[in-house]
Design a binder for this molecule. Sequence first.
Ligand code: FO1
Length: 330
Amino acid sequence: MVTFLSGGTGTPKLLRGADAVFPPAETTVVCNTGDDVELGGHLICPDVDTVLFLGGDELDLDTWWGIADDSTVTDDELHRLAAAAGLDDGPRYLPDERQTAGREIARWRRFSGVAEFMLIGDRDRAVHVTRTSLLDEGRSLTAVTRTLADAFETPWDVLPMSDDPVASIVHTPAGPMHFQEFWVGREGEPTVESVEFRGGADATATDAVLTALDEPVVVGPSNPITSIGPMVSVDGIADALRETPVVAVSPFVEDRVFSGPAAKLLAAEGYEPSTAGVAEAYDFADAFVLDGEDGTDLDRPVVRTDTRLDTEVDARRVAEACQEALEVVA
Ligand code: FO1
């Protein structure tokens, strides 16, 4: 058995070719939910959904989010209506008092659906309507995620990191904003002063997550701050990671990042934006998989390979390196 910790791109790219090394029936994927937002009343869980859609062979592999070839009829109409009504485009974060009203799981991440600032495809939206409706019927996010995984025939056991709300809030000179507002709405441009995982101190890990973390863990080349950081902020998860063998794949080659805002966010949190900074942030990791061109000298065992993840063949190679590293520390 093995457990992967996943954000929205790096770890899913690794999972795409990991099945030859880590059989899906023996694999659990714990997904970040700090990126989740409620948009127009529907809860969107981008990192969970990327894993669900990947496992169901439905993921848009150009963007690594959303469903391939999805239509956008509703999104188009939302924008047409807003323009016709003279309503400004988003992100339209709801007033503070609305952030803690309504369903608890959506705290601190509630946006109006007027001219929605994230592109939601029609089939994708059906997932959010189903998820939100099942939550409103009284099911936990863990139970709903498993139901959706069944519907997509996702081969892994897919778990949200917690059933409690944890919102990744980026602090900028212009004030705090949710990660999705920073990343999608403002194209990752604002200066980042710090990142807060609001709710993390009060959130607990589910029994399902704690059971999964009894197994050896692979942290894919995810963003250490906004993909893995929210998980580590949840009560019980950091302790569980310290107790089990953990191998982490660096999302950097020395100080070159493969993609995304990892460098900016690491620097904002006081870490060097590099493999060395990732190793410092991951004090719970027992070994690392680094790129063959990454000469960083770490204080823990290292397996080197070409860590590009452009194809399934790449992913299999990196998965094999993860297995080799786990054998060293397990
Ligand atoms: N990313 C974008 O850059 N633009 C979008 O409009 C967008 C919409 C979107 C809708 C559903 C979903 O599950 C993900 C979506 N993403 C979009 C990706 C998302 O913002 C991030 O890449 C992840 O949260 C990071 O893991």
